[in-house]
Design a protein around this ligand. Sequence first.
Ligand SMILES: *Cc1c(COP(=O)(O)O)cnc(C)c1O
Length: 639
Amino acid sequence: MKKSEVLGRWTVDKSIDLYGIKNWGADYFSVNEKGEVVVTPFGKNSNVHISLLDVVSGLKERGLEMPVLLRFENILDSQISYLNESFRRAIKANNYRGKYRGVYPIKVNQQQQVLEEITRFGKRYHHGLEVGSKAELIAALSVFDDDDACLICNGYKDEEFISLGLYAVKMGFRCFFVIETPSELELIMKQSEIIGVKPNIGVRIKLSSKAGGHWTESGGDRSIFGLNTAQIIEVVDSLKKCGMLDCLQLLHYHLGSQVPNIRDIRMAVVEASRIYAELVKEGCKMGYLDLGGGLAVDYDGSKTNFTNSRNYSIDEYCADVIEQVMSVMDDAEIEHPIIVTESGRATVAYYSVLLFNVLDVTNFEPGEIPEAPPADCHELIENLYDVMNSLKLKNLQECYNDALYYRDEVREFFKHGRISLRERSFAENIFWGIINKIADEKNRLKHVPPDLDGIDSAIADIYYCNFSLFQSVPDSWAIDQLFPIMPIHRLTEMPTRDAVLADITCDCDGKIDSFIGLHDIEKTLPLHELKNGDEYFLSTFLLGAYQETLGDLHNLFGDTNVASIHVYENGDYDFVREIEGDSVADVLSYVEYVPKSMVEQFRKTAEKAIRHGKITVAERKEIMNAYETGLRGYTYFEK
Ligand SMILES: *Cc1c(COP(=O)(O)O)cnc(C)c1O
């Protein structure tokens, strides 16, 4: 749908407001005076800006095709610093006598590069890792080398898992086993006796406090993980019996991810602190209070307690945690514990950006409509003409109803063979003409009738984009999560089209049709008209958390190309790592094909075609070449 022109010149500032980049960009993303999205890894006050359009040209020169997932190392570095410095300030301001030791939960983004960077950047803060499975523990041990950082083991643990953790303790690491179910304790005790090292034990508790938000089923009495109070007492008694109360050192809970309301966070901290204090009174050694994850990301930039937002800043989160813990401990006259948090989403969300190009556009504007109905045309077509010609501001709703009615009648007639395809096509063209006119006119109404509300999305353009929603933005499909999306260039021009996005999976679910708006969720995204032949690039932001591993191979679109960027203080930047995405052969082998035998099989088919005189030997060579090139190629649309 084309927007009516507005008075006055379009400016970059108008684009900034329209796409809300200041609201969700957390000072890492902005727009330069050329109208290009820039990354500002050192914050808005530094004059280092990296234009994403420049990055696109750099990638092209290196032969990396769209779509490309960009990772900005510096942003990861900044977020880890931000979290740790924030806790440091809160600790200092309150004279809290314990420390903060953050851990990064690997499941949020397990890519090797991410782990390596987190341990490198986190070293100065002794930022540790949290694992939830054997594979994650094995991954963690390959990069972990800080005696002062915590290595927290959650999840179900078998003998192998426990032995590995105990060896880590033997090697001097602060590795904790968090007991999630009562039966785990026995296995841990048995293994520790065999290996001859005392375990560091934590307990995960079910809080009665429950948080709002999308992912917060982890809290509350029915949460599948954690011990209830009776089970905690059982654990304490078992440990007491064998004189090992000094092994119980950590209390853990996890409310769920993306907790939008600070009130829920505070209530949980208070309840957990009370339990911690009681465990100290029971004679447990304790020392660590682990508040889990939940620190939310403001995806829509609204700063509210909506699911995709949060009504607090990181600074407020840290200050509240410290104050609440301190107040409970002081009341109970107990030493201030080391505070651990397992913030994953907030640590990595900003780090990754998906760049993709637009391949094509469909619009729902009518073609040429003749002034008057053709002589001897069908009566229904004449009726549609009458509707079109009588359309005024005051009868919009009526015209809308009539247009729908006649359109449906036309379809009915067509089904019964009483209208030809050509006539039906003519009628539908007029129908779209009417709908577009209504959409235009309705903006002049003070109160838009509810029926006409959805009309904008009905006539929105469809922009076909070169990416797979299922591979790159799975939460948009699975749980309707909102992510910021916008063009990365042409922001000095007014976007005149309203659009929804379709990916290239040809699955009707492979679309994005809710977007971050100024005041609410919008059903369409303002975009620029494609200029003949010019490339048009969009970006989805804040994809660093959860999206990479949750992504799947729907329609056999594989991993995208990945490029990692390191920005220097002077504004230069390097592509420190380029990882080619999956080839067609790669994704086929994931679903049990053997590319080598596929080529062999196809060669036989081609040979048969020669025998039957369908192709020549020279053609066979060409065909085999195309097949093998296809196997080696990228799964996405290549130019
Ligand atoms: C998933 C998970 C986290 C991470 O939560 P975020 O909200 O992403 O910070 C932390 N701890 C545990 C136990 C988890 O399961």
